[in-house]
Design a protein around this ligand. Structure first.
Ligand code: PEP
Length: 256
């Protein structure tokens, strides 16, 4: 059974003291959550977030890494640096990075390789644009993005990659994909992975959905068979909303 993940993406929000306060509020609320809770905080707050979540089981993630090792890349942060301060994961290939920072399938592939080498779990984001959707190009867009990102990655490494299906038209728009669309796309993603590796690998990977998930629509989304969690932007900024979303993917019931 693929592991379940509930991942918060703070994007460029919250200063360090707000991250600390958020974690203080969140931890008691997610202590019975059985899926893996991940917080992708701004890089400057990774150390604080790691300290504040120590012993809680919550994993702290970076929102990006550079695809290079050490060297003359002013302003950049690499996988080793992120791992060294205690992050356990990294978001790679978010659509905002693809569109505002010119990330390509090739650079995303390099980042995944560096992250895996540094022992980081990768939250690999991909998804069709509104143009792809309107022109029936979802299958080819996803095939290109997934194939490009997994170049030279072995099947036994896929357990360290969370596949985050994030249709670009659903991110931050309030337009959530329907369960039927998500279900159909989950099958497509497993088919693409099966063609690249085999059925066992495809059935074992964790696939999460991202795009306008909130505390109201989560109950419906969580019903989708074969969905292994969610990646949440806007609604993750509020610990009350994010804990409600987290609970939808599993919670231990206290024994009477
Ligand atoms: C995201 O940024 O990955 C995301 C899914 O954002 P939102 O939940 O705000 O649509």
């Amino acid at each position: 059974m693929p592991k379940k993940y509930v991942i918060a993406n703070f994007k460029m929000n919250k200063v360090d003291k707000d991250v600390k306060f958020y974690i203080e509020q969140l931890l008691p609320k997610v202590k019975d959550v059985t899926s893996q809770v991940v917080l992708a905080v701004p890089s400057v707050s990774i150390k604080t977030a790691v300290k504040e979540t120590k012993g809680s089981g919550v994993v702290i993630a970076s929102q990006n890494i550079n695809e290079n090792g050490f060297g003359a890349f002013t302003g950049e942060i690499n996988a080793e640096m992120v791992s060294n301060v205690g992050a356990g994961a990294v978001i790679i290939g978010h659509s905002e990075r693809r569109s505002y920072f010119n990330e390509t399938d090739a650079s995303i592939n390099k980042k995944i390789q560096k992250a895996l080498k540094a022992g980081l779990m990768c939250v690999f984001c991909f998804g069709e644009s509104v143009y792809d959707k309107k022109n029936n190009l979802t299958e080819s867009a996803l095939t290109t993005q997934i194939t490009g990102a997994l170049n030279n990655i072995y099947g036994n490494e896929l357990g360290h990659i969370v596949f985050a299906y994030e249709p670009v038209w659903a991110i931050g728009t309030g337009v959530v994909a329907t369960n039927a669309v998500i279900e159909k796309t989950l099958k497509l993603i497993r088919k693409i992975i099966c063609n690249l590796y085999d059925e066992k690998v495809a059935n074992e990977v964790s696939i999460v959905y991202g795009g306008s998930v909130n505390e109201s629509n989560i109950k419906d989304i969580a019903k989708i068979a074969n969905l292994n969690g969610v990646l949440v932007g806007g609604a993750s900024l509020d610990p009350v909303k994010f804990s409600a979303i987290s609970e939808a993917f599993g919670k231990t019931v206290p024994k009477k």
